[in-house]
Design a protein around this ligand. Structure first.
Ligand SMILES: Nc1nc(=O)c2c([nH]1)NC[C@@H]1CN(c3ccc(C(=O)N[C@@H](CCC(=O)O)C(=O)O)cc3)C=[N+]21
Ligand SMILES: [Mg+2]
Length: 286
């Protein structure tokens, strides 16, 4: 049976370290770090994540400046809200919760966030820094994956990594971070031919496709490190909802060497990295 990569415990450890850091910095600074999460509309999954983020902020001592906008909010109104937060000295991190309602253009909004307050690492400036291998704010989910691999001292240099998915939020930055860690990286996606054959060559397999339990036994090399980034809410016959990843955990666990659970894997690591990015911006500001 595979070893479990415990994101929940690791995230708690990171959060306690951040809490200690804030305790020493806050008296010197005269204010706590601040994070603003902007949510538009009533996507129930987003509402859960945003609530989790705010609870975690409270636990470590980060002030929340979250704003919840109605579904029919205009692009201009959001731009103005971001501009105000850019100017607000109490705010160190800004995040626009994705996905946004159809009528809004997420890509152009991400340009509006001041790069030094970009807690999600999605501003073109920060993505560009990642491409160039510079230090800077990093996308939270792939950063969480890297941090968890580091925690368990998984060797990466020279290993074959396969990323399933090519989103701007996860797949693309994930591939670049693995490349920076000297993996040999392949990105596979919905148009990839022979996906199973490619996946099963991976020493490190990252599943970020957004399809419940799509990655099965035929995708996994014996002993591989399997990282499940998927968060899918399924309803069972009794109408009860349960959370599953992109990996068929039951099928994968006997084959993999290491595996992340869902829940308790990359989800909590994502939140921990968001808080860490916020504290990093706070430390850098005068
Ligand atoms: N701009 C932006 N940045 C994001 O980082 C971002 C986003 N948009 N949109 C949505 C996704 C999803 N996401 C999660 C965060 C925490 C959990 C999390 O805490 N999951 C818990 C369980 C939570 C539950 O019970 O529902 C776990 O996996 O153990 C999951 C998913 C951040 N996202
Ligand atoms: Mg895809």
């Amino acid at each position: 049976m595979a070893n479990l990569l415990d994101g929940k415990t690791t995230a708690q450890k990171i959060q306690s370290q951040l809490r200690e850091k804030i305790k020493t910095l806050e008296p010197q600074r005269g204010r706590p770090p601040g994070l603003a999460v902007l949510m538009v509309g009533d996507n129930p999954a987003s509402a859960v994540y945003v609530r989790n983020k705010e609870k975690s902020c409270e636990r470590v001592g980060i002030a929340s400046f979250g704003q919840h906008f109605p579904a029919d909010t205009s692009q201009e109104e959001l731009k103005e809200a971001i501009a105000n937060l850019n100017e607000d000295d109490r705010v160190d991190g800004i995040l626009v919760q994705l996905p946004l309602p159809e009528h809004l253009d997420a890509v152009s909004l991400l340009y509006e966030i001041a790069p030094h307050k970009d807690a999600d690492g999605l501003h073109p400036m920060n993505l560009g820094g990642l491409v160039r291998g510079e230090k800077g704010l990093r996308s939270c989910t792939p950063a969480g994956v890297m941090r968890l691999l580091e925690e368990y001292q998984i060797p990466l240099a020279g290993k074959r990594a396969v990323v399933l998915g090519r989103s701007i939020l996860v797949g693309k930055p994930m591939a670049l971070m693995l490349l920076e860690a000297n993996c040999t990286v392949t990105v596979a996606h919905s148009r990839t031919e022979n996906l199973e054959a490619i996946a099963s060559e991976a020493d490190i397999l990252i599943a970020a496709v957004g399809r419940p339990e799509m990655v099965g036994a035929n995708c996994i090399k014996p002993g591989a490190v399997v990282i499940d980034v998927g968060i899918n809410r399924l309803e069972d016959a009794n109408g009860k909802s349960r959370l599953v990843g992109d990996v068929d955990f039951q099928a994968a666990e006997p084959i993999a060497g290491y595996i992340t659970p869902v829940p308790g894997g990359i989800g909590p690591m994502t939140v921990a990295m968001l808080l860490q990015n916020t504290v990093e911006s706070y430390q850098k500001r005068i």
